[in-house]
Design a protein around this ligand. Structure first.
Ligand code: FAD
Ligand code: UDP
Length: 378
């Protein structure tokens, strides 16, 4: 074995695939019973509808190198992501656009008219100096729209007052003064034609790659554990960085999600893939309806049943799956300390969402693995 990869998510598989293509023998271990990390999906057994086990995953990128690379393993459908939100029993389009603004104010503003209105409503704060998510949200769209669509949804999702969240979180969402309600701004977008798992399996399908599932790096009873491998061969570690160092610098905080999946005896539950619930009195943040991600599969998906998944958000304990880094000031200090420790760990490179404590979209995880391969491992 020339390389050990801990974690078979997109980061680990990209490293393994590149190494295998360069004639290195690679072993990938994962503590879960399947490959693919959080992008893993499987067909719901009663309906055959593809369900994303760890939350809906939409692929999008503007990085030509990443787009070329991913197309080696899968083709993509022409799916374009659009999201709606339910506020006080009325459905509005997201991200906030001219359609949302006009519906909310029951008006017919032109793009310039809406800009002038928002400028007037947003005067309290300046977007450049916004110190937290609340100030940034108000600066971008004004208080009424912020309170309707952002404040309670964000508080529900992060279980943290938006005043204590970093302003960047909200910068992920564009605000548009036209009727374009595409959720993402990227050049390329789509879903893997044969599903995520087929794509992930093709990345791992090489005679130089051996995959061992149900294998935890910290389990001393399995031979490829931390104690027996570190210092003996190059390792790419994509598990949680604080776990690697036994939480010596404190546990970094994460948000986790609980999913409630249901098969319903109706053809169509909500008419769209994702409906957000903006208000505090609804305990879940959104409902996914998976058949709508693949309209091109209509002839093989059932016409009398559908699969929905309600998503609930809460703080993660050590036993939970870590999903989103919370990134408080304390977390950022802890992360700096872990980065110092990581530098002196012989022959171990830390990568991916958990290994770097960063929210990475799939294209970012793949792009960052390609850079690590080219710059540090090749
Ligand atoms: P992961 O996929 O988390 O893989 C890490 C792997 O390491 C896991 O399989 C884990 O089991 C394994 N591991 C951890 N510890 C150990 C250990 N001790 N021993 C062995 N194995 C271990 N991105 C998008 O582009 N679009 C989306 O719509 C999108 N939606 C998302 C929704 C949710 C709810 C979440 C959480 C993420 C979403 N993402 C999305 C991000 C996407 O999941 C990540 O970009 C991608 O999973 C990153 O891959 P990774 O390899 O870094 O991490
Ligand atoms: N957000 C919101 N209302 C919505 C959708 C998003 O307030 O209806 C905010 C929320 O703070 C969220 C951020 O925008 O954390 C980023 O949204 P995104 O949809 O990218 O979140 P994700 O899909 O990653 O959970």
């Amino acid at each position: 074995m020339d390389l050990l990869v801990v974690g078979s998510g997109f980061f680990g598989l990209t490293i393994a695939e590149r190494a295998a293509a360069s004639d290195r023998k690679v072993t990938v271990i994962d503590r879960r019973p399947h490959i693919g990390g959080n992008a893993y999906s499987e067909d719901e057994p009663n309906t055959g509808i593809e369900v994303h086990r760890y939350g809906a995953h939409l692929f999008h990128t503007s990085n030509p190198g990443v787009w070329e690379y991913v197309n080696r393993f899968t083709t993509f459908t022409d799916y374009v992501h659009r999201v709606y939100t339910n506020h006080k029993g009325v459905v509005y389009p997201l991200p906030i656009n001219l359609g949302t603004i006009n519906q909310f104010f029951n008006a017919a503003y032109s793009p310039d008219g809406a800009r002038a209105l928002v400028q007037e409503l947003a005067g309290e704060f300046d977007a450049k100096d916004a110190a937290n998510l609340e100030e940034k949200g108000i600066a971008l769209i004004g208080r009424p729209l912020y309170e309707a669509f952002i404040r309670d949804y964000t508080a529900k999702q992060w279980q943290t007052d938006p005043k204590n969240l970093p302003a960047e979180v909200i910068s992920r969402l564009p605000v548009r003064y036209n009727y374009d309600n595409r959720y993402f701004n990227d050049t390329w977008e789509g879903l893997p034609t044969d599903g995520y798992t087929a794509w992930l399996e093709r990345m791992a399908d090489h005679p130089n790659i051996e995959v061992k599932l149900d294998t935890d790096f910290f389990d001393e009873s399995q031979p490829l554990n931390k104690g027996t491998t570190v210092g003996q061969l190059p390792i790419v570690y994509t598990g949680p960085v604080d776990r690697y160092f036994d939480y010596t610098e404190g546990a970094l905080s994460w948000r986790t999600l609980d999913f409630e999946q249901e098969v319903l005896e109706v053809a169509d539950f909500q008419g769209t893939p994702v409906m957000n619930y903006a208000d505090a009195d609804v305990p879940y943040t959104r409902i996914h309806e998976f058949k709508h991600f693949h309209p091109e599969r209509a002839d093989r998906y059932p016409t009398d049943r559908t699969v929905i998944m309600r998503e609930f958000s809460r703080f993660a304990s050590r036993e939970d799956e870590p999903y989103y880094p919370v990134n408080t000031a304390e977390d950022r200090n802890g992360l700096l300390a872990y980065r110092e420790l990581a530098k002196s760990e012989k022959d171990v490179l830390f990568g991916g969402r958990l290994g770097t404590y960063q929210y990475l979209d799939m294209h970012m995880a793949i792009g960052s693995a390609l850079s690590m391969w080219n710059n540090q491992l090749q």
